[in-house]
Every structure is written in structure tokens, then in C-alpha cells.
Design a protein around this ligand. Structure first.
Ligand code: ZN
Length: 236
């Protein structure tokens, strides 16, 4: 089986299983050619996504290979891939406890836990609350995100980007953990975000690839035991 296709299907099913994805949202991965990516058809049920169903889509948002229409917000993926050559995997989802941070004043989504080192200066908020359905809207979103590895869409959802699907999955888990930690800590008292110095100290001793593989192993084996993914999809 094509491992990139398998990993997108696994990542999508896992995110449903942990209540981050539901009936909408999507994961994509850039193909080695650089100007094409894999993404699911708009109406395929996320919890049952099959690797063979993934569409090959160009950076113009048009389907090159596969059956079905791409998601209505495919411009999010296409325009981020155009703007950020370093990005190889993109997730868009609508996780309400995280999206809350686009709905309040004076409470930016700052790094509270050490794995938030991926977003050391916090996470920008994109002001356009409508669906990102045009190329122009996708370009605006990519501009708001800039060099950050995530962006909040005001009153809508979030986007997280990474260098591959396994790293993307780990980043999403930590992204929502950090948002929850910030919300909970704010109930206890005045928050104390981690500083750049704190986060640089963490990263100096952190093996990102090893950590991503560890999370992937834990979540995939647990999911396979529950029947969320087939046992034969597990890494050897
Ligand atoms: Zn959306």
C-alpha cells in the first residue's frame, strides 16, 4: 500500500477518534513532485476514509486523479503549499475548545506547554470568518499565517502545518492540548506562558522525529485494538 495514502487515512480516522475531526475538516500531504497533493473527496466519511479514495489535486485546486470532488475549502491547502515550500502536510479542522481563542479579547493562544515550541510567538488569528473557498481567500489566509506553523480562523476553526503526516498528527494533538491547558490555567489564576528561552531550552533536548513516531505508535495501536483502523495498516 502507498504509505502516504495510508498515513493520511490513518491520521484522519485517529483525529475523529479523539474528537478533533468530525463530519468536516481534512488532511492533505504534498506529493514528491512538489506541485500536487493528496486530499480526501468532500463527502467521504472521515471515520471510514480509505487510502484508495484520496484525490490527487494540483496547486490550482483542480483534481488530476481520482473520483469525486475535493473539499470546498481546498484553497486552504493549495495556497499554503504555494506560499510555504517547507510545508508537506496540512490539516484543517473545527475544534471548538481551540477555536474559542479566536472569540475573546486579550487572550491570545500563547505557548503554555513545552510542545507548543512549534508556536513560540503564539498563533495568529485570520479575520475572515467565512469559508475559505476561493484562491484569493486562501492567499489571504496564507499571508495571515506567514512563517507560523498554525493559524486560527476567526469563529471557524484552525490550520496546522508540518513536514510530514506523522509530525502533523503529533502537532495537532499538542496544539489542542495547549489550548485546553491555557483555558484551564486561566480559570486558576493569572497565566504564565512559556518564554522563547524556555522553549529553546526544550527544543535543545527534543528529538522531534522520535517523538512523532512514539505518538503515532501509541495512537495507531490503540486505534487498531478498537477497530478504528485495520490491524494490517500498522507499521511493521
Ligand atoms: Zn472550515
Amino acid at each position: 500500500m502507498d504509505l502516504m495514502r495510508r498515513d493520511i487515512a490513518i491520521c484522519t480516522r485517529l483525529l475523529v477518534d479523539v474528537d478533533i475531526l468530525e463530519y468536516s475538516g481534512h488532511i492533505s500531504s504534498r506529493l514528491p513532485s512538489g506541485d500536487e497533493f493528496l486530499i480526501q473527496p468532500v463527502d467521504d466519511v472521515r471515520s471510514n476514509l480509505e487510502p484508495s479514495r484520496l484525490l490527487v489535486v494540483g496547486l490550482d485546486g483542480c483534481v488530476i486523479q481520482g473520483e469525486g470532488k475535493p473539499p470546498s475549502e481546498t484553497a486552504i491547502h493549495a495556497e499554503i503549499y504555494k506560499a510555504r515550500p517547507d510545508v508537506k502536510a496540512v490539516a484543517h479542522f473545527h475544534h471548538d475548545p481551540t477555536t474559542m481563542f479566536s472569540m475573546v479579547v486579550d487572550r491570545p493562544l500563547l505557548p503554555m506547554k513545552n510542545h507548543a515550541a512549534r508556536w513560540p510567538d503564539g498563533v495568529p488569528i485570520h479575520p475572515d470568518a467565512s469559508h475559505i473557498s476561493s484562491i484569493e481567500q486562501g492567499q489571504e489566509l496564507a499571508r495571515t499565517m506567514g512563517d507560523c506553523n498554525a493559524v486560527l480562523l476567526r469563529g471557524h476553526g484552525e490550520v496546522v502545518v508540518a513536514e510530514n503526516i506523522k509530525a502533523l498528527f503529533a502537532d495537532i494533538v499538542h496544539f489542542v492540548e495547549n489550548a485546553k491547558a491555557l483555558a484551564d490555567a486561566g480559570l486558576l489564576g493569572e497565566i504564565v506562558p512559556l518564554t522563547r528561552e524556555d522553549l529553546e531550552g526544550f527544543e535543545a533536548t527534543f528529538d522531534r522525529d522520535k517523538h512523532a513516531r512514539k505518538l503515532w505508535s501509541y495512537y495507531t495501536v490503540t486505534a487498531a485494538n478498537k477497530g478504528v483502523i485495520p490491524l494490517e495498516w500498522l507499521d511493521d
